[in-house]
Write a protein that binds this ligand. Structure first.
Ligand SMILES: [Fe+2]
Ligand SMILES: [Fe+2]
Length: 377
């Protein structure tokens, strides 16, 4: 590294370095539109979280020490250092020639992925900053490093389309949602594992159908999802330090709630991008169920229940939820008294569908004493 070739976020050793490297690339460029999209806070868009950092810092990882040390050593060895940047494999992208509606959906996908990656980075970085427990701060620093690289790489892709997400601005201005630590474990564990399942499913699909690869970023998904897998492993170990978190009656209900919320949000959100999935040659319904199947299989490592995704009430109510969310969006755009009325009706329909999914009896199973897994898909 020297003055002529500044560091890229992919080579950064910490989240802070990665963000500075990304900011340096954006000196001459801003894109209010992308930041505006990333700033949105709805039930479906990625959020920023804050939590009780002292409680998190007080975790004692002794009960999982040997697995913990192995995982941390693996993350410290940093197999993906330098991976998240463009190289010869990065084909030229014909943004101008891309069908405008597909382009819009794809950009929306990139912005929302970038925000989600960055949301992880902000939370993990803050935990690292506030904590004094070396086990915890080490883990969170390593995870923040990875997420900063991921967000930086997506921003590289967006920059080619003349768009960037202003990460510094988002950190300061986006609203933060407070979650108790245990909710952070459930939600973050699931989002890491579902992220792994999503990326690997697309990657494997494109391996079999290379002609559908309409953008080079998908070629990076395998190493990418392995990072997310490790992050999920860390949260599985954190939950293992306190059996109550996954075994008490009320916490099982919470786990069910988070599984339902995460799965149904993904379903609705993905269905908002039909052209994107068509361009990839992916049937969205198949993709959704496949991601749920993989995530459920993995989550058995720590959760004593999985959702019954083959139950007769499952798919019809996901579809109802999706239709209702469309109605809500249309009504919101319409405004006025009729818009308001239609919105209330839509929200009621969504609530009924959600409860109908939530009350499907869960599948129960035994959880292994040692949760550790390796990526197998
Ligand atoms: Fe990530
Ligand atoms: Fe992650």
């Amino acid at each position: 590294m020297n003055a002529q070739t500044p560091m890229h976020s992919a080579d950064a050793a910490t989240a802070e370095e990665a963000l500075i490297a990304q900011d340096a690339l954006d000196d001459l460029m801003t894109s209010d539109k992308a930041t505006e999209v990333a700033m949105q806070n709805t039930l479906l868009t990625p959020r920023f979280y804050t939590t009780d950092f002292d409680e998190l810092d007080a975790i004692d990882v002794s009960p999982v020490r040997s697995e913990w040390d192995k995982l941390i050593a693996q993350m410290k060895s940093d197999p993906n250092k330098g991976h998240f940047k463009k190289n010869d494999n990065w084909d030229t992208v014909d943004w101008e020639g891309m069908e405008p509606k597909l382009k819009a959906e794809f950009i929306d996908f990139l912005i929302s992925s970038c925000t989600a990656e960055f949301s992880g980075c902000v939370l993990y970085k803050e935990m690292k900053r506030r904590g004094s427990n070396e086990d915890i701060t080490t883990l969170f620093q390593l995870m923040a490093r990875d997420e900063a690289r991921h967000a930086g790489f997506i921003n590289d892709a967006l920059r080619e389309a003349g768009i960037r997400v202003n990460l510094g601005f988002l950190t300061q201005k986006k609203k933060y949602t407070y979650f108790r630590p245990k909710f952070i474990y459930y939600a973050t564990y699931l989002s890491e594992k579902i992220g792994y399942a999503r990326y690997i499913t697309i990657y494997r699909h494109l391996e079999e159908n290379p002609e559908m690869q309409f953008h080079p970023i998908f070629k990076w998904f395998r190493e990418w999802c392995n990072d997310e897998f490790s992050h999920g492993e860390a949260f599985a170990l954190l939950m293992k330090t306190d059996p109550k978190l996954t075994e008490s009656f009320s916490n099982k209900l919470w786990i069910k709630f988070f599984l339902t919320a995460v799965y149904s949000t993904m379903w609705v959100r993905d269905h908002q991008r039909p052209l994107f999935h068509k361009a990839l040659g992916v049937n969205i319904n198949w993709y959704g169920q496949e991601v749920f199947r993989k995530t459920s299989e993995i989550s058995k490592q720590v959760f004593p229940i999985t959702l019954d995704i083959n139950h007769p009430r499952w798919r019809p109510n996901l579809d109802r939820l999706e239709t209702a969310s469309r109605q809500i969006a249309t009504a919101k755009a319409r405004g006025g008294v009729m818009g308001m009325f239609s919105r209330i009706v839509g929200m009621t329909k969504a609530a009924v569908a959600f409860v109908s999914i939530l009350t499907i009896p869960a599948n129960k199973h035994d959880v292994p004493a040692n949760p550790r897994m390796e990526p197998a898909y």
